[in-house]
Structures are given as structure tokens and as C-alpha cells.
Design a protein around this ligand. Structure first.
Ligand SMILES: Cc1cc2nc3c(=O)[nH]c(=O)nc-3n(C[C@H](O)[C@H](O)[C@H](O)COP(=O)(O)O)c2cc1C
Length: 314
């Protein structure tokens, strides 16, 4: 499906291309994969978390991470940090690149990010959440959104304070991953809490966590009352999750080739190596997946990969 054929829908003040969105996954949701997700109907795509400090200092590697293609729109750029001044400065720089939305990460659990008071560590300080988002909203004209977890741990489920601070800060959308920071990616996302948040929030809530099928996405929307949901891991190797289409083996193979070509166009030959983590997900339900996987990850050229894929289809 091409993005142009999708009807745009309004969620609060935000216009998106559909209610099933692609969640940011560092190392996966790069420009090639975001384009693929949009072609399959993802209503919004988002960059992985990008350092506000790095943006303000115009660090070259950081600036490279901000690149996107027009075909990805609507697209949100996600930044992380903990200083309201640095974050609003970074937001202003990001706005110049003309994304459709800016998102502030309040959910990343990794020590490198939380250790400096960013990501999920922001959940410990609702006052700072207000200062950060109010500063961003004042500074840019495009919509500001936040992606949160439900708390730091189960003893401090402060999502009500967090959401109030975000509402007061003036954000246009809140994405809720239904886990605590302590849970990292284990246990289960708590959709009862997501539903509670969707009930009391005056800002539209996008639910996130553990959606693995298209039907599951619609079911979670119905259950929670969220006008949209975000899908991360369930979209890797399965962009059809956005449309609900069940692809044939040949369609999967054709899609892999298109994805591989986008990777090579974007990264050069390094794209072949970076494609491996996607490849294994695309083929994991094929008969003889273990053997195919071994052959594919040992391949170093487009021709070799395509030959292996074509031999599956025969
Ligand atoms: C390897 C990995 C990297 C992630 N990177 C980001 C990130 O950069 N920014 C962010 O907000 N969330 C990130 N997430 C969290 C996802 O966006 C999502 O909230 C989480 O995986 C739960 O949704 P899912 O079950 O649909 O994957 C990451 C998750 C994983 C597993």
C-alpha cells in the first residue's frame, strides 16, 4: 500500500495516517524500515531516541540520526535528555528539519540513559517533566508528544502525576508503554493501567506493549479506549501487522529484497550486514528456518542473499 492512498485521521490536534503506529526501536527503526512500515500502513513512524545534548553540540553522528525521507511522513523525531534548557534548544534545532512531531523519551530503561537522569529516570521528577514539556511546547510550533512508562517500579506507579504534568506542559499526545522501568522488557505490559490512563487523560493516549498481531492491535484499542496503538517488536520482520494482510512466502521474499535494496541505498554495503537482524525475523516462520538463517547470515552480497531467497520460493 502506498502512503498516498491512506486516509489521514485526526487524533486530537494531530493528523496521522492511521491508528496503528510504529514504535521506535533503537537499531531497527531507521529510515529504510520506517519507509517499509509506512508503505504497509503505519499511521506514524518515529526515530529512535536521539541525544538532545548531541543535537545542541551538532555532533556529526547525532545529526546523521536525524535524517529522514519524505516518504516516511508523518514522522516524529524522538529526543532524550533531562535539562529543560538543552531539550528546548534541541527541539528548536529539530523543528528546522521539518518533522511532523517531536517526541521526548521518558521510558528508556538502559543505565547509560537513566544514569544521567534521562529516559525513564524523568518519571521520578514530575516537576521536571512539566518544565521540559512546557519549554518545548513554548519553543516549537509542531506538536510535542511524550513516550512514558507507567512508573519507575511497582512501588512508585506515579502515572497520574506524570500524565498531569504532561497535560499541564501542553503536549498533544502521550504514548504509554504499559511497563515500569524495573520491568525493562520482561513481564507483561499492563493494559488495565493504560485503559485507566486513557479514561482520565484529556490528552489522547496511544497504548503500547506486547502487540503481536493486527487483530491484537484492534482488540487492545477496543479494550483500552485508546484512539491509536504503537507496535514495536511485533513489526520487525512483519510490517504486514499494520495492514492485517497475510503475506505469501513469495510476498515475504519480495519484501525482503525491497528492504535490502533500501538498506544498501541508505548505508552502502554496510546495509547488507545491518539487514541480518531483519532477515532472521522475516524468515523465522519459514519451513527450515534455522538452516536458511544460517545461510543468509553468512552471505555478504545482495546476489547471494537473493539466490538463497529464490531457492526457498522454488
Ligand atoms: C531493542 C529495543 C530498543 C528500543 N528503543 C527505543 C527507543 O529508542 N525509544 C523508545 O521510546 N522506545 C524504545 N524501545 C521501546 C519500544 O518502543 C516499545 O515501547 C517496547 O518495545 C514495547 O512495545 P512492543 O512490545 O510493541 O515492542 C525499544 C525497545 C527495544 C526492545
Amino acid at each position: 500500500m502506498c502512503p498516498g492512498t491512506l486516509a489521514m485521521i485526526k487524533i486530537g490536534k494531530i493528523t496521522v495516517a492511521g491508528p496503528l503506529m510504529l514504535a521506535p526501536i533503537a537499531g531497527f527503526t531507521d529510515p529504510p524500515f520506517r519507509r517499509i512500515a509506512r508503505r504497509h500502513g503505519a499511521g506514524l513512524v518515529m526515530t529512535e531516541l536521539i541525544s538532545a545534548e548531541g543535537i545542541v553540540r551538532a555532533n556529526r553522528k547525532t545529526m546523521d540520526m536525524l535524517a529522514f525521507h519524505d516518504e516516511e511522513r508523518p514522522l516524529a523525531i524522538q529526543i532524550f535528555g533531562n535539562s529543560p534548557a538543552v531539550i528546548s534548544e534541541a527541539a528548536a534545532a529539530v523543528e528546522e528539519l521539518r518533522p511532523d512531531m517531536i517526541n521526548i523519551n521518558m521510558g528508556c530503561p538502559v543505565r547509560r540513559v537513566c544514569g544521567s537522569g534521562s529516559g525513564a529516570a524523568l518519571l521520578l521528577d514530575p516537576k521536571n517533566i512539566f518544565d521540559i514539556t512546557a519549554g518545548m511546547v513554548k519553543r516549537v510550533r509542531i506538536p510535542v508528544s511524550a513516550k512514558i512508562r507507567i512508573g519507575w517500579d511497582h512501588r512508585s506507579l506515579n502515572y497520574i502525576d506524570t500524565v498531569k504534568a504532561l497535560q499541564d506542559g501542553g503536549v498533544s499526545l502521550i504514548i504509554v508503554h504499559g511497563r515500569t522501568r524495573d520491568q525493562q522488557y520482561g513481564g507483561r505490559a499492563d493494559w488495565d493501567v493504560i485503559r485507566k490512563i486513557a479514561e482520565f487523560s484529556s490528552v489522547p493516549i496511544v497504548g503500547n506493549g506486547d502487540i503481536r498481531t493486527h487483530a491484537g492491535a484492534l482488540e487492545r484499542m477496543g479494550f483500552s479506549g485508546c484512539p491509536a496503538v504503537m507496535i514495536g517488536r511485533g513489526a520487525v520482520g512483519n510490517p504486514w501487522i499494520f495492514s492485517g494482510r497475510k503475506p505469501s512466502v513469495q510476498e515475504i521474499i519480495d519484501e525482503i529484497k525491497k528492504h535490502l535494496d533500501l538498506m544498501i541505498a541508505y548505508y552502502g554495503l554496510r546495509g547488507i550486514v545491518l539487514m541480518r537482524k531483519h532477515l532472521v525475523r522475516y524468515i523465522h516462520e519459514f519451513r527450515g528456518a534455522r538452516e536458511i538463517r544460517k545461510r543468509l547470515v553468512g552471505s555478504n552480497s545482495r546476489e547471494e542473499i537473493c539466490e538463497i531467497l529464490d531457492s526457498i520460493a522454488r
